[in-house]
Design a protein around this ligand. Structure first.
Ligand SMILES: NC(=O)c1ccc[n+]([C@@H]2O[C@H](COP(=O)([O-])OP(=O)(O)OC[C@H]3O[C@@H](n4cnc5c(N)ncnc54)[C@H](O)[C@@H]3O)[C@@H](O)[C@H]2O)c1
Length: 247
């Protein structure tokens, strides 16, 4: 019997309670995946998964901390099959390089890097029939001012993605990264409005991406149709990563 015809594929999304992770969960649910929405924020997680179920989709809220292996493994163990893992949980904060202390730096690496490694590894162990892992890095991996710890964490995610892709390719597990540019989410809206406007003005299009635009690119890499693409980082940033100044 062809399993694909009888059961939907299962996609796990970390950071799915809001922002980019939520947009990915919505998009993958509408694409026909059973979605397991992983986050540490209980209330929005329950509300958002209930609203997807009300639309007729399979959406499971899964409270977890991506930095804690036991909590990640427990969520994955609950499911009969693991086809896709998208690691969108992450944090951001600002600090001038000369003011950065190691506690902030370590916390950034813990959530953004260890919090990518653990869900990806736990999912890969269960992908007996192959699968797809999509990490969320950032255009910020190319560099920037006042967030060296974030830049370092996202460059590490890109390196980790390539290394995982090499080790997992013979298991038919494709691993790729989406590197969003500036995107309109609760993370970026937590900045003062004048700061948000200043960031937006630096974008080639003069505006932030919508989370749905990022989710569209993730859906491409989460699809079984693209399983031959692996180890790649796709910048979804309106061309800002091309650099240069234009008149
Ligand atoms: N918004 C942007 O401009 C932008 C740009 C590039 C990359 N990104 C990346 O995209 C991802 C999502 O960003 P966003 O803007 O949607 O952020 P957000 O803050 O709006 O959402 C992040 C989600 O991750 C969850 N989370 C954080 N730490 C967690 C943990 N330890 N365990 C479980 N869940 C945890 C939060 O509860 C929240 O629901 C992040 O990795 C971020 O670095 C965002």
């Amino acid at each position: 019997m062809n399993r694909a015809k009888t059961m939907p594929e299962t996609a796990f999304i970390t950071g799915a309670a809001q922002g980019i992770g939520l947009a990915i969960a919505r998009r993958l649910a509408r694409d026909g995946f059973r979605v397991v929405m992983m986050d540490r924020a209980r209330e929005p997680l329950e509300q958002e998964s209930a609203s997807l179920r009300a639309e007729g989709h399979e959406a499971v809220p899964a409270l977890c901390d991506v930095c804690d292996r036991a909590s990640v493994a427990a969520v994955i163990a609950e499911e009969a099959q693991v086809d896709v893992m998208v690691t969108a949980a992450g944090i951001y904060n600002d600090a001038h390089f000369l003011d950065l202390d190691e506690a902030r730096f370590r916390q950034m690496l813990d959530v953004n890097v260890i919090g990518t490694f653990l869900p990806a590894q736990e999912a890969a162990k269960r992908m007996e029939a192959g699968g797809r892992i999509v990490t969320i890095s950032s255009r910020g991996a190319l560099g920037g001012t006042r967030f060296a710890h974030y830049v370092a964490s996202k460059a590490a995610v890109i390196g980790l993605t390539r290394a995982m892709a090499m080790e997992l390719r013979d298991k038919r597990i494709a691993v790729n990264s989406i590197a969003p540019g500036f995107t309109d989410t609760p993370m970026t809206r937590s900045a003062p409005p004048e700061m948000f406007a200043a960031w937006e003005a630096l974008e080639p299009a003069g505006k932030a991406a919508s989370p749905a635009e990022i989710a569209h690119a993730v859906a491409f890499l989460a699809s079984p149709m693209t399983r031959f693409i692996t180890g790649q980082t796709l910048f979804v940033d309106g061309g800002k990563s091309l650099g240069g100044l234009s008149i």
